[in-house]
Structures are given as structure tokens and as C-alpha cells.
Design a protein around this ligand. Structure first.
Ligand code: PLP
Length: 384
């Protein structure tokens, strides 16, 4: 076999650190490397493989649609796209009636920023410290971590970052120039910090009072990950603009923005070549139908609870605390996380970091209870 690792090493731009193994196959919550070693995959393509790797319903939709029509721009109607739109409308609150389909999380944030500016005529945004919204220039302007931002300044003007879960600062700076407040319901990349319901309620009321749009970024929390179809349902929030991606496409690249009728845009003000293509639309629909048929939201809730009850941190002196909502799990360590990720990989468990000291688990929601036991056993071994 060709040395594919060498090829990637020789030719990939120097942006990514590698984990040393080559993944060649996946099924539900498992992946296999080129040596045939099996892993329980709590990386899941950074939280993408919600319905499991190579889910048969996804594979079937992909095969079927690939024989009908793969690409079709927005300037023509398409049945697969329409069916996905209908489903998205069905699973989101009534007030969200308009959809823009795109190809990634960052693209959904870019669109949301443009939509908010266009629709309000205002140019300022309030975002959170520790918040992560992607790496394109608009999304990066909303992202907090100076490590990602500093080499690219000046970014887009008018983005203010305030402490998460603290309302006072938002209240202080929100004004007549504020187009929108952008929030994650659980900060993912920032370290798995769930939001506080009182904070969200105060933000919602302020938005209503000052006619500021509320943009909810559910790129990581959406599609059952936290135990509800969308995490804002835990808090009774009413977003004006909802950004989705990751788990929606069964592993294929996809993004979506849902918004209200009041978001006024205008012909040609934004666009996309690949967004809403029939192939990804058919697969996303199959993926969402699987979530609904298998009640993956309930599964995430129950499996998350099972993890919480069975992962005992007393005696694990490297662990500071565990934060989670459903199957979005962050284990805050007292030291750097990287060596523990490497040890877990040796033990057959793939996990990812969230910042320097948080070990993050985003398994497919189809993970079996016995595999959660296995993950707990290995975590307990390496973190003892
Ligand atoms: C909350 C959130 N928003 C946006 C993004 C960006 O998504 P993408 O990597 O698909 O551009 C991410 C990616 O991790 C995310 O977690």
C-alpha cells in the first residue's frame, strides 16, 4: 500500500497537528485505522457523526439521490431541497419560517451576520468571551480566542466580547447600534460551558426591548446532541436567527440558517453555489428522519445521564470537574489535555480537546451503553 501518511505530511498546508493514525472505515460509534485497530470514536468528526458513521439510512439516501440529481442551483426549484426545508420547518419553532442552506458552520455564521446587518441597518454585535463561531473573517470576528484572531486583524469592526453567563455587561453596551447578540447555548470549543437559563432569559428580554436580534449558534449543540433537538429548547429561548451545521448532514458538509419573516434581505445580497444541493439535502433529510425515528434526543439525554452517574471522579486526582449537557461532555483537567488524548488513543478511545485543559467527548448518539462503559473504564485508567 502507498504511504498515504507521507503523502499527507508532504502536501497538507501546515495548519493541522496530526494524531498519528490513518482512519479508513467507520460504523456507528466505531472507526478502524489502516492497521485494523478499532476505536470508539468520541471525536465523531468534531461532533458531526451524530447518527453514527456510515449510517445505513444516510448511505441509502446518498446512493438514491446520486442517481437522480447531484447539483442544482438556487435559481431552479428542486424536490430534495424542498423536502429538507419542509422538515427543518417542522422541527423548529413556528416563528422560524425562512431558510438559507449553505455548506458549513462558519458559512452559516457569515450569513447570519450579513442578514442581521442588512435587516437592521445596524453594524454592531455582542458576542461572548470564550465563544467560538468559526474561522472565516466574519465568523472569526465573532470568535473570542486571541490565538485564532491576532494574526488576522483588523477583523470586522463592531464586535464586542463580554463574559458568558453575565448579563450586566451586555446590558451596559447594548444600544441603538447593536444589530444582534450572538450566543452558543453551550460553549463548545471554549471548554464545554453550559449557558445559564436566567442569563438567557435576561438576554431575550433585552433583545425584545431594544429590537436587537438574537442569533443562536447551534452548530455544535444542534440536532439532539444535548438531549433536545436544539439546545435552546432547554431554556425556552426564541432565536430570531438560528445557525446549524455539523450533525445535520449525516457526515456531509452542510449548514443552515433559519430566520423569521421579519429578516428582510433582498435579491442578490448573499448567495452560494453548493448550498441546498440535492445530494446533501436528501442525505440531511434522511439523517434528521433517523434522529426523529430513533428519538436520538432522548437517547442523548439518557446516555448522558448514564455517563454522569457512572463516571466517578472521586480519586481521579487529575480531574477538576465534569461539565455536560446530554452527550456533550467536557472533563476539565488540572493539567494539559494532549498527553491524555494520546493515552486514550492507545487504549482505543478517540477524544478531542476543548482549549488546553478540557477533554471533550462528542460521541455519535448511537453509541451503545457497553461502549460508554468502555470509555469510562479507559478514562478512569488514564486519569487516575
Ligand atoms: C459553535 C460553533 N460555531 C461555528 C463553528 C464553525 O463550524 P465549521 O467548522 O463547520 O465552519 C463551530 C465549529 O466547531 C462551532 O463549534
Amino acid at each position: 500500500m502507498k504511504n498515504y501518511i507521507q503523502i499527507e505530511d508532504n502536501h497538507t498546508v501546515d495548519l493541522f497537528s496530526k494524531r498519528g493514525i490513518m482512519l479508513v472505515r467507520g460504523e456507528s460509534a466505531y472507526v478502524w485505522d489502516s492497521e485494523g485497530k478499532k476505536y470508539i470514536d468520541c471525536v465523531a468528526g468534531h461532533g458531526v457523526a451524530i447518527v453514527g458513521h456510515c449510517n445505513p439510512a444516510v448511505v441509502k439516501a446518498l446512493e438514491d439521490q446520486s442517481r437522480k440529481l447531484i447539483t442544482c442551483p438556487y435559481s431552479f426549484y428542486n424536490d430534495a431541497r424542498a423536502r429538507l426545508m419542509e422538515k427543518l420547518i417542522e422541527i423548529t419553532p413556528e416563528h422560524l419560517t425562512r431558510i438559507f442552506l449553505c455548506n458549513s458552520g462558519a458559512e452559516s455564521i457569515e450569513a447570519a451576520i450579513k442578514f442581521a446587518r442588512l435587516s437592521t441597518g445596524r453594524k454592531e454585535f455582542i458576542c461572548s468571551m470564550r465563544g467560538f463561531h468559526g474561522r472565516t473573517m466574519g465568523a472569526l470576528s465573532a470568535t473570542y480566542n486571541p490565538k485564532y484572531r491576532q494574526d488576522f486583524e483588523p477583523l470586522i469592526e463592531g464586535f464586542h466580547h463580554v463574559p458568558y453567563n453575565k448579563f450586566e455587561k451586555i446590558e451596559e453596551i447594548a444600544g441603538k447600534n447593536t444589530a444582534a447578540i450572538i450566543l452558543e447555548m453551550v460553549q463548545g470549543e471554549g471548554g464545554v460551558f453550559p449557558g445559564d437559563s436566567e442569563f438567557f432569559e435576561q438576554v431575550q428580554n433585552l433583545c425584545t426591548k431594544k429590537k436587537i436580534l438574537l442569533i443562536v449558534d447551534e452548530v455544535q449543540t444542534g440536532f439532539c446532541r444535548t438531549g433536545k433537538m436544539f439546545a435552546f429548547e432547554h431554556f425556552g429561548l426564541k432565536p430570531d436567527i438560528l445557525c446549524l451545521a455539523k450533525g445535520m448532514g449525516g457526515g456531509l458538509p452542510v449548514g443552515a440558517v433559519l430566520c423569521t419573516e421579519d429578516i428582510k434581505l433582498g435579491n442578490g445580497k448573499h448567495g452560494t453555489t453548493f448550498g441546498g444541493n440535492p445530494l446533501v439535502s436528501a442525505v440531511a433529510l434522511a439523517s434528521i428522519n433517523f434522529m426523529l425515528e430513533e428519538n436520538l434526543a432522548r437517547q442523548a439525554e439518557e446516555k448522558g445521564k448514564y455517563f454522569k452517574e457512572n463516571f466517578k471522579i472521586d480519586g481521579l486526582n487529575k480531574v477538576r470537574e465534569v461539565r455536560q449537557l446530554g452527550l456533550m461532555i467536557g472533563i476539565e483537567l488540572k493539567e494539559k489535555v494532549q498527553p491524555y488524548l494520546a493515552q486514550l488513543l492507545e487504549e482505543g478511545v478517540l477524544a478531542l480537546p476543548a482549549g488546553n485543559t478540557v477533554l471533550r467527548l462528542l460521541p455519535p448518539l448511537t453509541i451503545k451503553y457497553e461502549d460508554i462503559d468502555f470509555v469510562i473504564k479507559k478514562l478512569t485508567k488514564v486519569l487516575a
